[in-house]
Design a protein around this ligand. Structure first.
Ligand code: FES
Length: 97
């Protein structure tokens, strides 16, 4: 059994971020989780940004892979709860090859 890292992906695409709605989410994720795309990190958790997650009508969107857990209409008020859940998941998550 190997452990696969969870990835939180924030969409910064032109629909999700049409009015700058994803910008404060990005800022808060940096504060909570560090810089995105840090693939050298040995931490069990990491996060990325995407240009589209194919849920444009419900943005801003976050998806946690490989669980495919989708958070729609994410706001600055919701982001800390999502990060807390993500961290809790990452402590227990393992996936067999
Ligand atoms: S632009 Fe964000 S899901 Fe398409």
């Amino acid at each position: 059994m190997s452990q696969q890292k969870l990835r939180l992906v924030l969409c910064m695409g032109k629909t999700c971020n049409a009015r700058g709605d994803a910008e404060p989410l990005y800022t808060r994720l940096v504060e909570r989780l560090g810089m995105p795309h840090d693939f050298r990190s040995k931490a069990l958790i990491r996060w990325e940004i995407a240009n589209c997650l194919n849920h444009c009508s419900s943005g801003p969107n976050i998806i946690i892979f490989p669980l495919w857990e989708h958070y729609a209409h994410v706001t600055p008020k919701k982001i800390d709860g999502i990060v807390d859940e993500f961290i809790a998941h990452s402590k227990t998550y393992t996936q067999e090859d």
